[in-house]
Design a protein around this ligand. Structure first.
Ligand code: MN
Length: 217
């Protein structure tokens, strides 16, 4: 009985540990402004000395500016991650503005290290995400100005402008470095290629169709 209880306890402890490790660790100091000049390797970037930290290390300007959406997808992401804002280092958060031309699409992608909470500032967006196997449930909604939606960490998701004019959204992300895996790029645009016969079998299509897609990405 005691043995069973200790097994139960260790199972609970193990699951708690793994839940905690699924997210970025809590900071051990007030801040750790990223020092791009050092090659020291830590989980995140090394910290600048406190004395050298400036207010500007915590500032990013210009997110009110619409981005150019003249690209094949009709949508542009302006990220504010630790790369653009060194003061985010170790804090476990980031932000992005997204501009959409009419019918513009943020193509299916996932963030390996972050959940994403999105709010619509202008226009209307069709959004959705797909749950993991075996259900692969497609959860979708049309969002209007002021609506807030969440894409859970790691799940494939997308957005499309379904309004008449331009649309703007802001996303908060639960990592200083959320990462992006774009489904098409990962599958058809890897370097080197995933062998086309593997993809032909995966997609149950002729190899020439796969090679055509590999040529596009
Ligand atoms: Mn996203």
């Amino acid at each position: 009985m005691a043995k069973q209880f200790s097994l139960l306890l260790s199972t609970v402890a193990l699951s708690l540990c793994c839940i905690a490790f699924a997210f970025e660790p809590s900071p051990l100091q007030d801040f750790c402004v990223a020092d791009a000049s050092t090659s020291a390797r830590v989980n995140g970037l090394a910290c600048k000395t406190t004395a050298s930290v400036q207010a500007s290390d915590f500032l990013f300007s210009g997110l009110h500016m619409p981005a150019d959406t003249k690209n094949p997808f009709g949508a542009t992401v302006t990220p504010v991650t630790v790369t653009q804002l060194p003061g985010l280092n170790t804090l476990g958060i980031a932000l992005a503005r997204i501009d959409y031309a009419p019918k513009g699409v943020i193509v299916p992608h996932s963030h390996p290290r972050a959940s994403e909470i999105i709010t619509v500032l202008e226009g209307s967006l069709e959004v959705g995400f797909v749950t993991s196997n075996p259900e692969n449930r497609h959860i979708t909604k049309t969002l209007h100005k002021g609506d807030v939606f969440v894409f859970p960490i790691g799940l494939l998701h997308y957005q499309r402008n379904v309004g008449d004019g331009y649309a703007v959204s802001i996303s908060g992300l639960s990592s200083q470095n959320p990462g992006v895996i774009t489904a098409t790029n990962a599958i058809f645009g890897s370097k080197p290629d995933i062998t086309s016969d593997i993809l032909a079998k995966s997609f149950q299509v002729d190899q020439s169709i796969v090679e055509n897609l590999q040529g596009k990405f």
